[in-house]
Design a protein around this ligand. Structure first.
Ligand code: OAD
Length: 227
């Protein structure tokens, strides 16, 4: 059997922008309307559980109103000819719904919650999370989200995946949040690296080809002219 090439996608909020989900740092992005320290830290959760739960409840509800966009679908279509791995900073489930099989969520998942006393107790959750919703050890449930100041447990696995890729495609991220932003540095020197973003934060170089396009436009261009 011929071994399929391994293509790895590193996706950020811009991947889901064409589905109608706001990014974080664009104008009118989520962090323009909510302060990170009010909704995306454990301290914020301890201070005002209702506010933090409401922020993530609203975002979880939005998942039922959006669909994968053409960019997600084009990535899913590559499973035919490639070994496809996705490492996403996104907490939505649009790569799953587009049909990809190997998806690692670096920053957690909106459709899961976990215990506040035992991080191994993770549960699928589709409705709102309220103050008083408890895990089996009777502690308050929290969103299964990596908040600022918290470790990124999937990072080592992500590094191994990037390190084994022949092609790395970065899509829709401002490359501002570490450690996620450092992942493309772990690509093999022989790997081809592409970065698709309408407002890219780096320029093309000997190692990276930048396509200044939206996720769907960039995926079309990548498939037509580079793969
Ligand atoms: P940002 O909001 O920082 O960056 C979004 C990127 O998407 C920008 O570079 C935009 O130019 C680009 N973009 C906008 N529209 C696009 C489109 N239609 N197609 C492709 N790209 C588009 O989002 P991230 O880099 O994902 O973490 O942010 C990283 C992390 O910061 C998030 O995972 C989140 C946030 O705080 C947590 O909540 C833990």
């Amino acid at each position: 059997m011929i071994k399929k090439k391994h293509i790895v996608f590193l996706t950020g909020a811009g991947m889901s922008a064409e589905s109608g989900i706001s990014t974080f740092r664009d104008s009118n992005g989520l962090w323009e309307n909510h302060a990170i320290e009010d909704v995306a830290t454990f301290e914020a959760f301890e201070r005002d559980k209702e506010l933090v739960l409401e922020f993530y409840n609203a975002r979880r509800k939005q998942l039922f109103e959006v669909e994968p966009n053409e960019g997600h679908n084009l990535i899913a279509g590559l499973e035919q000819d490639y070994q496809v791995s996705i490492i996403t900073q996104n907490v939505d489930d649009l790569h799953e719904r587009a049909g990809n099989k190997s998806i690692l969520h670096l920053h957690g998942e909106l459709r899961k919650v976990r215990s506040t006393v035992d991080e191994r107790l993770v549960y699928y959750w589709e409705k709102d999370v309220n103050v008083g919703d408890k895990c089996e050890k009777k502690s308050q449930l929290r969103p299964h989200i990596v908040w600022f100041g918290e470790a990124v447990p999937a990072m080592n696995e992500a590094i191994e995946i990037v390190n084994s890729a022949e092609i790395v495609v970065v899509i829709g991220t401002s490359l501002q949040v570490y450690p996620a932003a450092s992942l493309m540095d772990y690509a093999q020197p022989s790997a081809k690296i592409f970065y698709i973003d309408p407002k890219p934060s780096i320029s093309s170089s000997g190692t990276v080809t930048v396509l200044s396009l939206t996720a769907s436009e960039g995926m079309r261009e990548l498939i037509e002219n580079y793969l």
